[in-house]
Write a protein that binds this ligand. Structure first.
Ligand SMILES: NC(=O)c1ccc[n+]([C@@H]2O[C@H](COP(=O)([O-])OP(=O)(O)OC[C@H]3O[C@@H](n4cnc5c(N)ncnc54)[C@H](O)[C@@H]3O)[C@@H](O)[C@H]2O)c1
Length: 336
């Protein structure tokens, strides 16, 4: 059994707790939050701490720490965990600054510990099927791709904690919500060469952007169109990802991108396509992405290999978002 601990026991920590409880060969032993009220419901079940350093000094058996604090604090806490020689699973966005992300990778390397970043959408059944087809090369020459996030995060969402919507600790729709979709775009299409973008804060009283639009050129020559907003009235409308190539068009969509809307692949029979669509419809969510990430860390430790979503994977969408924001601010095309 690999012993896990969590730091930051807010909203997303609940998913981590459930995922660790359900994961193979993983056991949650301790939780830490600087706000003692957040720890009350866990007293008696796990060890509880209000200070990360104290938790790691006290319990030497903890092997992995999942970092679930506000995004702007990820780098600082990663350093503490790495210096205690424990492995790290850090929530997205890995960091809000490029230098912080690089520092996190270096801190993990210098202390010989593993660093995984939580991009759970890669493990969605429809996304896995698409990735397998892209790896087979069935798309031929890629024309373009599209990532759309049309969601609602109302003012009450941003007002629930002072860090939300700030540039220093959270970022806007790109860093907080659309980063999952940008991660998928980069994973499926490869690296981006340049970006031209616009962003605005239209409806929410926050410092960062609540709507953004960008056009990118991938290094392979294909284009990409990104639209992201948390301003959609009155509720989440759509999250979708579409890839268009010479011999294939695939669109994954829904309120969350879990369903296959279009699956047209040259040479694939109608029966095979309809069986695939049925398979996804019957189980659109599959095993929770957080559980995949935790089980992968357990295997990475046992086999002494890199986690599937590594620090380098985590920093790629952060770099793309920073380029989008720079282009939006300067009005100029930005090269990566
Ligand atoms: N992967 C996903 O789908 C997903 C979804 C939601 C949030 N997140 C990410 O998870 C992170 C946390 O988001 P959340 O919505 O759970 O936030 P939250 O505000 O609900 O919880 C954060 C917790 O961290 C605690 N905290 C702050 N500083 C601390 C410190 N120095 N030491 C110990 N505890 C500290 C706070 O008291 C709070 O309880 C963010 O990075 C966010 O982007 C990821």
């Amino acid at each position: 059994m690999i012993k896990f601990a969590l730091v930051g026991i807010g909203h997303i920590a609940k998913k981590h707790i459930e995922a660790i409880e359900n994961a193979q060969d993983a056991e949650l032993v301790a939780v830490c939050d600087s706000n003692p009220v957040r720890l009350e419901e866990y007293q008696g079940k796990y060890e509880t701490y209000t200070d990360l350093d104290e938790m790691l000094r006290t319990n030497k058996d903890i092997e992995v720490v999942n970092i679930c604090v506000p995004s702007g604090l990820h780098a600082k806490l990663t350093k503490i965990v790495a210096e205690h020689k424990r492995h790290i699973i850090v929530e997205k966005p890995m960091s809000l600054k490029y230098e912080d992300g690089i520092q996190m990778i270096e801190d993990a390397k210098a202390n010989d510990v593993k660093l995984a970043v939580v991009h759970p959408n890669r493990f969605r059944p429809a996304v896995q099927k698409l990735k397998a087809k892209m790896d087979e090369g069935v798309f031929g020459t890629l024309s373009h791709a599209n990532a759309t996030v049309r969601w609602n995060r109302n003012q009450a969402y941003y007002d629930q904690a002072p860090w939300r919507g700030t540039k220093e600790f959270d970022g806007g729709v790109l860093m907080n919500q659309a980063i999952h979709d940008l991660d998928l775009l980069l994973w499926l299409m490869g690296p981006v060469e340049s970006v031209q973008a616009m962003a605005a804060t239209r409806l929410r009283k926050i410092e960062a952007e609540d709507v953004a639009a960008a056009v990118v050129t991938f290094k392979n020559g294909a284009l990409g169109v990104i639209e992201a907003a948390t301003t959609i009235y009155p509720k989440n409308l759509e999250e979708s990802l579409a890839i268009f190539g010479e011999n294939a068009s695939v669109k994954i969509s829904g309120r969350t991108a879990n369903y296959i809307e279009t699956w047209d692949i040259e040479g694939e029979s109608e029966v095979d396509t309809s069986n695939l669509m049925d398979e996804i419809k019957n189980d659109p969510f599959g095993k929770p992405g957080h559980q995949w990430i935790i089980e992968d860390m357990v295997e990475a430790i046992k086999q002494n290999r890199e986690p599937i979503v590594s620090g380098l994977d985590g920093i790629a969408p952060v770099a793309l978002i920073l380029a989008i924001l720079e282009s939006a601010e300067t009005g100029k095309k930005v090269s990566l």
